[in-house]
Design a protein around this ligand. Structure first.
Ligand code: CO
Length: 210
């Protein structure tokens, strides 16, 4: 129970500190949200979206799942995306992977039959692995895992580009940029990946460069 007690103590301390630094913070929160980012990240506890980006309440709409996937048939992800783009009108949608991702590592191995649901979910990452087999086969195990983290992010951004939500937003001229990032858990740094999302009638969706 100590862990739970500590959480509530932390919460009270955070409220006191926030009120001291920014007395209007909670009043502003009551008025609504207008975040600039939708962050789609991994559920991994070492990749806390607000902490690693120096953002606070109201700045980032967040969706996280195992191996930061944006699967076009995932209603949960699509609902988050639609709300972020259509209602909140976020100008930036980010898929953020991370080196050392357990989900990506597991996708490089055969399913062990012990975690059926996770294995099923990771089938999508295995598809990414299969599509890039030639490139991955030339790398050692560690480099393979790192590269698959990057390739997985790139494919998820491309999935986003093809969703009806993003396509419709682009067609009506809404300001919307897609990004692929990788977070390095060993040094805390974020990196931008080059993502080509020139698919069909939605060219140059992604901005490239750090
Ligand atoms: Co992960």
């Amino acid at each position: 129970m100590d862990a739970i007690k500590r959480i509530f103590e932390n919460n009270r301390a955070w409220v006191r500190e926030t009120m001291r630094q920014d007395p209007g913070f909670f009043q502003r929160m009551l008025k609504g949200q207008s975040p600039n980012f939708l962050f789609i990240g991994c559920s991994d506890s070492r990749v806390p979206a607000n902490v690693i980006t120096g953002t606070t309440g109201g700045e980032m709409f967040v969706h996280r799942n195992v191996a930061n996937q944006a699967i076009p048939s995932d209603l949960n992800m699509l609902a988050v995306l639609q709300y972020a783009v259509d209602v909140l009108k976020v100008p930036h949608v980010v898929v953020c992977g991370h080196y050392g991702c357990g989900g990506v590592k597991a996708a490089l191995e055969l399913p062990d039959g012990q975690h059926e649901l996770v294995d099923q979910w990771l089938g999508h990452v295995r598809q990414v692995r299969r599509r890039h087999h030639a490139e991955l086969a030339s790398l050692d195990a560690e480099a393979q895992a790192r590269r698959l983290v990057e390739l997985n992010v790139i494919e998820q951004v491309q999935h986003l580009a093809m969703t009806s939500v993003v396509r419709a937003a682009r067609q009506r001229g809404q300001d919307l940029h897609l990004w692929g990032w990788v977070y390095s858990i060993g040094d805390g740094l974020l990196h931008t990946l080059e993502v080509n999302t020139a698919v069909d009638e939605v060219p140059e969706l992604a901005r490239v460069g750090a």
